[in-house]
Design a protein around this ligand. Sequence first.
Ligand code: C5J
Length: 220
Amino acid sequence: MVEIQASPFPFRLDPARAALIIIDMQRDFVEPGGFGETLGNDVSGCKAIVPVVRRLLDACREAGLAIVHTRECHRPDLSDCPPAKRERGNPGLRIGDLGPMGRILIAGEPGAAIVDELMPLPGEIVIDKPGKGAFYATDLGDQLGKRGITQLIFAGVTTEVCVQTTMREANDRGYECLLITDATESYFPEFKQAAIAMIVAQGGIVGWAATSDDLIGKIA
Ligand code: C5J
């Protein structure tokens, strides 16, 4: 057991029962021409955390933690994409439309791929998810259960959408959740800060928050 300095109080990490879960570090969210940008966002802030996430990933791999990567994407026939999701708003391109990185948010297209720097290694868990939460309509719970995982360390994008949704799903399922604050980002800096505040409020009602240095220093 390792004690990590965290908010609202120290997080007791059991590396044998913990997984790093990296949410949606896909080209569609962090590179120009993808889903994030087509919704009107500046994606540069999300791209900027790639080196921090890579350092965290290297440290967790070295410490022998289980690693989970998620990708928000849909089947080519869009059968798992609710019309309410595809038709929402007035984006430049909709899910399934052809963009500069292939069809937007479609499994197997270049835009849906995880960025090169964070590419999954053989044996790591990769979850394709049609929703914002990684437990919805996936086998993530079974994969974690098989490995005896009870603690999840969160990184990825965006803080208040897919990261927070998955953290809340995990919290309700009994996992202890630690968010790494410099390894997550939002298109809206104020939403990132608000999401972190919501997670740790009320005695850690959703989970804990710590920096990558806080964690890496203890598991190295
Ligand atoms: C969004 C995500 N923001 N990965 N997806 O639509 O947070």
